[in-house]
Design a protein around this ligand. Structure first.
Ligand SMILES: *Cc1c(COP(=O)(O)O)cnc(C)c1O
Length: 523
């Protein structure tokens, strides 16, 4: 039975569960055991001669028995790792609507550039004279990040958004200490809608976190901030556009209030993809903002490798930026690594061993230069358009917690529309897996009950958005019609059904216990 997209219907697919296979495989969805379960300790994929007799020089510390590692033939090894790789769902597999995460397409040009030997084969300890091109690339990327954000400094080395938060907040702490206010300014204001990394960052470096209540319309009001301001407040950590997908209408007033109170404005820049080329955070009054290169500038997590979280800084914080940083002298680039070299700079220290994620810098600059300023602006506009297209396609069936605000690059629904169905946000997300979609972000932001945060990004075509909308509409109508089991027992078609996620988190089993013979061999 085929529906009008040529896909098998649920009735046809449900029979799969009723016909278990001998292998446990479901067609090309192949069960994969652990390497240790399929390999043998007495076998290797290569033929090595027995080593000639030699006298160990390890003073009795040498291993007494075999190492206990398992071996496989080369084809077995290939199959194992290729099958594992096929279990990954990435942006190259399908639409990845994870809100707040900006899972956008990673152009292959980025990968080609990152693999150029001059970028991929260099070593952080190489003499600087031999890596001038790489240093120049970091300097250029830094330049464009400052241009796009309207700021005057950037610390490039943090390796993720949360790491950038840490670096930015440490710069704020250093600035407060330099004014002799370290003992009194201990409080950091964090809106209730914030990402968990914001309060975690503030608490990690010794600040006391005070929540700013969220207004009923999903925004932060300057009066609520002012009510909490005092000589004890060091900073606010505010996300813009916020995690409800709304551009904070009073952001400029909030920045002014912070500065008048002698405090700083940390902006969580994870949602920068909504405003690149449209608004410069520096003009809005921010003092520090991390940029998730792996969100805004492609190469999403799970689709392109590691991340990078450079943090841009205002004039007020520039001199506290961490080491190392790049200094340009004519056509020569130097990586300033020590306080001595930095001269009068009051760097607070350093947050990474070396200069940061070189591969990510190459990818981000490749993305910027191939798009150009007009292309990046259009990407933001299309990201916002796509999110609003999804919102418009679903809002008659699914409930919007903040219908009065237009959405930026993500559409936020709550679970009011599921009331009395017996179906939860989690159940709905599991049913999406059966349809071949990675679920959206669930239960975040916390200020919205049963939140479903959908961020399609600009990568998706109209046809892709239409199919996604039709799929969610189909599920939503089934939910409203009371087809409860389809949701409460989903996923039906995934290799594993419902996992006990709570137990897995509370009681993780992180060691594989070998069967007896291998264990003895390893001792
Ligand atoms: C992703 C994200 C972060 C953290 O960034 P990482 O790069 O994952 O460390 C912080 N805040 C918000 C709003 C985010 O979406």
């Amino acid at each position: 039975m085929l529906n009008n997209q040529g896909r098998p219907t649920a009735a046809g697919a449900a029979t799969a569960a009723a016909h278990p296979t001998f292998t446990g495989n479901q067609a090309l969805q192949i069960e994969e055991a652990l390497l240790f379960e399929i390999g043998r300790a007495d076998c290797t994929g290569v033929d090595l001669d027995e080593p000639a007799a030699f006298t160990p020089r390890l003073g009795g510390l040498e291993r007494k028995g075999p190492i206990g590692l398992v071996g496989l033939s080369e084809p077995e090894t290939m199959r194992h790792f290729v099958r594992l790789s096929q279990k990954n769902y990435g942006i190259d597999t399908g639409l990845f609507p994870l809100g707040s995460c900006t899972m956008k397409h990673n152009p292959r040009l980025n990968e080609k550039m990152a693999r150029l030997p001059g970028f991929s084969d260099i070593h952080p300890l190489q003499p600087q004279s031999t890596v001038q091109g790489a240093l120049e690339l970091i300097d250029q990327l830094a330049h464009w990040l400052m241009v796009l954000t309207g700021t005057s400094a950037v610390a490039m080395s943090p390796k993720a958004g949360a790491h950038g938060e840490l670096a930015g907040m440490m710069a704020i702490k250093a600035a407060i200490d330099a004014k002799g206010e370290g003992a009194s300014r201990k409080v950091v204001l964090v809106p209730e809608s914030a990402h968990g990394t914001n309060p975690a960052t503030a608490a990690l470096i010794g600040f006391i976190v005070k929540p700013v209540p969220a207004r009923a319309d999903g925004t932060v009001h300057v009066d609520d901030v002012k009510a909490l301001l005092g000589p004890d407040v060091a900073a606010i950590m505010l996300t813009n556009p916020n995690t409800c997908g709304i551009f904070e209408p009073q952001i400029v007033e909030i920045a002014r209030a912070m500065h008048e109170a002698g405090a700083y404005f940390y902006c969580d820049g994870a949602n920068f993809n909504a405003i690149v080329g449209k608004a410069r955070p520096g003009d809005l009054g921010i003092d520090a903002m991390h940029i998730n290169l792996h969100k805004t500038f492609s190469t999403p997590h799970g689709g392109g490798g590691p991340g990078a979280g450079p943090v841009v800084l205002s004039d007020r914080l520039a001199r506290f930026a961490p080491l190392p940083f790049i200094r340009r002298d004519g056509s020569h680039f130097a990586l300033v690594e020590t306080a001595d070299q930095a001269g009068n700079v009051q760097a607070f220290g350093r947050v990474t061993a070396f200069h940061g994620q070189m591969g990510m810098y190459v990818r981000a600059l490749s993305y910027m230069m191939s798009h150009g300023s007009d292309g990046m602006k259009q990407a933001s506009e299309d990201a916002v358009l796509n999110a609003n297209y999804i919102r418009a396609g679903l809002e008659d069936l699914m409930s919007l917690p903040f219908p009065d605000h237009p959405s930026m690059h993500e559409a936020l629904f709550d679970d009011t529309w599921l009331k009395d169905t017996g179906i939860s946000t989690l159940d709905f997300a599991k049913a999406m897996i059966d349809e071949g979609y990675h679920p959206m972000t669930m239960y975040f932001p916390l200020v919205v009950h049963g939140a479903m945060l959908i961020e399609p990004t600009e990568s998706e075509s109209r046809a892709s958005l239409d199919l996604f909308i039709m799929t969610l509409r189909d599920l939503a109508m089934r939910a409203k019609r009371g087809e409860t089991e389809r949701f409460s027992a989903a996923p039906f078609h995934a290799p594993r059904r419902r996992l006990d996620e709570t137990r897995a988190a509370r009681n993780p089993i992180l060691r594989w216990t070998p069967p007896q013979p291998i264990q003895q061999a390893a001792e």
